[in-house]
Every structure is written in C-alpha cells, then in structure tokens.
Design a protein around this ligand. Sequence first.
Ligand SMILES: Nc1ncnc2c1ncn2[C@@H]1O[C@H](COP(=O)(O)OP(=O)(O)OP(=O)(O)O)[C@@H](O)[C@H]1O
Length: 303
Amino acid sequence: MIELRDLTKRYGGTTAVNRLTLTVRPGHVTGFLGPNGAGKSTTLRLVLGLHRPTSGTVTVDGTPFADRPRGLRHVGALLDAGDVHGGRSALAHLSALARSNGIPRARAEVVLREVGLADVARRRIGAFSLGMRQRLGIAAALLGDPPVLLFDEPFNGLDPEGVRWVRALFRRLAAEGRTVLVSSHLMSEMEQTADHLVVIGRGELIADESLAGFAARVGPAGVTVRTPDPAALTTVLRAEGGAVHAGADGSLVVGGLTAARIGDLAYAGGIPLHELAPHTVSLEEAFMDLTADRVDYPAGGRR
Ligand SMILES: Nc1ncnc2c1ncn2[C@@H]1O[C@H](COP(=O)(O)OP(=O)(O)OP(=O)(O)O)[C@@H](O)[C@H]1O
C-alpha cells in the first residue's frame, strides 16, 4: 500500500505536487492519470524517495521508502527506460542490480525470460529499441519480486503485442495481491488496463475512484432521434419526463429516456422514426473535460 498525506513538492516557484492525499491499495491496477506536467513523475519520485517532499509524507507499507535497505525487494519501479548504461548487456545490468539489492543472481535470468528478452540477454543495451528498453525496465522492476510496483508511462514505444502483454502482466501482478500504480497521460491506455483511477491536474487531486464508477458517472450522453414529425415526438417525450433539445440537421437530442423507451413511445404514438442512436461520452472525452482547466500546455492556446 502507498499512502500520501498532504504531500507537497515545490521546485522554486513551481508547485509540482500540491497537498496530495491518497491511498493506493494492493490487489488493484491503479491508473495514475493527468495531462503533461500534472505532477505524476514528481509524485512517483517522491514515493521512491528520489526527491524530498517540501511538506507532507509518503510511505510504502507504512515506512518511508528511502529508509529501506535492499529497496528493490519492496518496490519495483520503471521510471525512465532510457536511464541505463548502454555499454552493458541486459544480463550484466540486471545482475548488478540484483547484487546491490541482495537478490539471487538467478532472478536476472528469470525476469529476462518473463519479459521476452532471454534471447538478447547478452546484447549491449545501447543497441536496444525503445520497446526493448521498456521491457528491460519492467524486468528490473520485477527483479526483487516486490509487493509494490510503479510504472511511469510504461506503454511508450511498445507495439500492440507489447501493450497487450504489459496489460496482462499488470493484471496478473494485481491479482497476486500486489500494489500496481501505472502513470499515463492517456485515458485510452488506462481504460483497458486499470480498475481504479487517480486523476491529478496541476499537482492536485481531481478524482480517485473505480474505473466502473467513473464510467457510470460519465454515463450515456443522450439519444439522437430523427423523425418527420419532431413536434409530435417532442410532446410525447416531454410528457414522459424526457429532456428534448434540437440537434444538428433537424434531429432531436433526448436526455433522461433510454433509446428503447423512446422507440416504444414513438411506436405507441404512431410517430415514425428515421433514426434512434444512443451516444455515450468516451472516457477520454470525460477525462479531457475533467482536466481541461488544469492543462498547462493546451494545443492551440489556453481554453
Ligand atoms: N527537477 C525539477 N525542477 C524544476 N521543475 C520541475 C522538476 N521536475 C518537475 N518539475 C515541474 O513540475 C511540474 C510537474 O512535472 P512532472 O514531470 O511531475 O509532471 P508529469 O505529470 O509527470 O508530466 P508528463 O506527463 O509530461 O511527464 C512541471 O511543471 C515540471 O516542469
């Protein structure tokens, strides 16, 4: 379990993390979402004790991580896949990490097999593609068989097969009872990966809820209906409590009634329908709306 209490980090005049209070629980894949510059990487660095908080606390299973010797046995992390010695082989890199963390050297070969890099174990990391480096970073995170795992933008550079593999891996790690925290700036990546969401913007907590809860709250946006007799249909639907508004090209947009109910009411009233289309707000759209006023670098200028 990871616990943040009133966690704040300032760099000079920039507040990267602002009074963040949050518990990341075991047994779940928690998606850590926020637009660029929201403070995700800073938060992960604070969890790992790589940066010191300006104020507040962060603990991993009750203890500040920096106080733990042999850290990789407690927390595994993929932060920056490019941040490795390119001259070493993958096996040498992981063996060195294992040695300095009191982990049996044999684990290096086990995790290389697990991430699909066994065949290139003795090749220089400098010759690895970005996707291979991501896999190596994941192997390093798994090396100490830790109960808590942090992944910063783990999908970068992975091909579709790699993305599928990583998703399955995260689910398995969570099913084993581990705490899995995965950062991303794309809701579309998290939709099929996480079962819990934490959303931040400008260093502040915006949402902390299950993916299912978030999806239910976003809900269906309405039903687009087309009929040659909009006046009659509007009267019938409003009488049943529907909210009816004019849509594009003479269509009606109806809220508060399901498509099935609208169809039944039109049929009962003898009103022909030419279109009946429920539309949902995508989670990506909902996420963009949620964070719209906390985006530091909006395309086309600030909204
Ligand atoms: N070492 C640092 N010194 C000064 N400012 C920093 C430092 N690290 C981060 N920041 C600033 O803190 C804010 C949060 O940055 P951070 O990298 O944590 O965001 P992020 O959510 O991970 O963004 P991204 O998705 O772009 O990686 C930004 O405004 C960034 O410029």
